[in-house]
Design a protein around this ligand. Structure first.
Ligand code: FAQ
Length: 323
């Protein structure tokens, strides 16, 4: 180790120990940088792919008000993806390369977005359960050790809590409606409950990255801790809504002070993460087509930026001659 690296490594360890943030120009271990790029890229891809399941309902929303709300939510998700790609760029990642890795299947995105949205109740359930799980996982990331990621998460979490409330409000409205509407809500809850629990990642004993990410304070809680927190938070909300959570083993355990719940189907999780979920191929095909159809916009923006730069250079040259 050179003297400068040794000094860098010491100040990195000290910053982690004192709960200070690591900033882009600070020295950091290569593996820390690699983990941060992996997690932030996966998170950014999830936001962008996550626009598709709900986006499919924008043209079919049942009223102008619901359409406006859904449009705004999906736009927020695009914004979250952009902040996160920018945070990954501060680590030296290249945005075009990350997109290429997503559409060629070399980088992951959240398993949850590989399930279909069959009715408008799914929009409400995504807001309630998927955004609810996302908030549980992401609020602690506001204190993650990498500065640009932590700061991006503060704004993202504010918007996600608004998304969660809109989902809950939509479901409350449907639950006050006709028996058919109540059935639609229950059916959507039955389909999204288990995939929502999978969002937190594999059980701790099988989580390859948790121990190191906890030591570096990238993660503040383990996958199982956050999954438990989500279950405890959601059970009373389900009761207030009047829906059943589809788990016969779900019950309050007074000794643990938490709800016990059944075993997640981890074989299904692995299948979906491995590309074999109900919508994986469709999600990637849509993303790839959007990227290809957007090529002319990127080329036009690059040509405009080059023209502006050339004009600026010429003006500076003239000013230099005049002086
Ligand atoms: N899906 O060792 P661990 C949202 C992978 S945003 C797919 O435990 P780690 C907003 C994992 O990457 C939702 N892959 O990994 C919204 C690793 O892969 P490797 C996204 C998964 O990183 C709402 C391997 O398995 N949120 O919902 C999943 O320590 C509504 C082993 O796992 C984030 O990305 C999964 N569910 O912990 C948008 C939050 N779980 O090593 C639209 C930030 C694990 O082969 C509508 N991320 N894997 O590359 C995190 O907190 C963490 O990365 C975890 C995984 C907790 C997801």
């Amino acid at each position: 180790m050179s003297g400068a690296t040794e000094q860098g490594a010491e100040s990195f360890e000290r910053a982690i120990e004192r709960d200070q943030r690591i900033e882009p120009r600070d020295w950091m271990p290569d593996a820390y940088r690699g983990t941060m790029v992996r997690q932030i890229a996966q998170h950014a891809h999830s936001e962008i792919i996550g626009m598709q399941p709900e986006g499919a309902w924008i043209t079919r929303a049942p009223s102008l008000r619901r359409k406006a709300i859904l449009l705004a939510k999906v736009q927020d998700e695009a914004g979250h993806g952009l902040y996160l790609y920018s945070a990954a760029e501060t680590l030296g990642a290249d945005r075009a390369d990350l997109t290429d890795k997503l559409i060629s299947g070399r980088q992951k995105y959240s398993s949850i977005f590989n399930y279909p949205t069959l009715t408008f109740a799914d929009v409400g359930v995504i807001g309630w359960l998927v955004d609810g799980a996302a908030i549980c996982n992401q609020v602690p990331l506001c204190r993650t050790s990498y500065g640009p990621y932590a700061r991006a998460m503060i704004r993202i979490c504010k918007e996600e809590s608004f998304h969660q409330r809109q989902g809950y409000e939509l479901l409350m409205t449907m639950m006050r409606g006709t028996p058919e509407q109540r059935e639609m809500v229950q059916d959507a809850v039955d389909r999204w409950w288990w995939p929502s629990l999978m969002m937190f990642g594999p059980p701790d004993a099988e989580s390859a990255n948790t121990a190191q990410s906890m030591a570096w304070k990238i993660k503040r809680h383990t996958n199982d801790e956050l999954r438990q927190r989500f279950v405890d938070m959601t059970v009373p909300q389900a009761e207030a809504l009047g829906v059943r959570l589809p788990d016969p083993e779900l019950r309050w355990n007074p000794e643990r002070g938490h709800h016990d719940f059944g075993e997640v189907d981890w074989a299904e999780f692995r299948r979906v993460v491995g590309g074999g979920g109900p919508c994986n191929a469709e999600r990637i095909a849509v993303r790839r087509a959007a990227h290809e159809e957007g090529a002319w916009v990127r080329e036009a923006a690059a040509a405009y930026a080059a023209k502006q730069a050339a004009r600026r250079d010429a003006e500076q040259g003239r000013e230099g001659e005049a002086a």
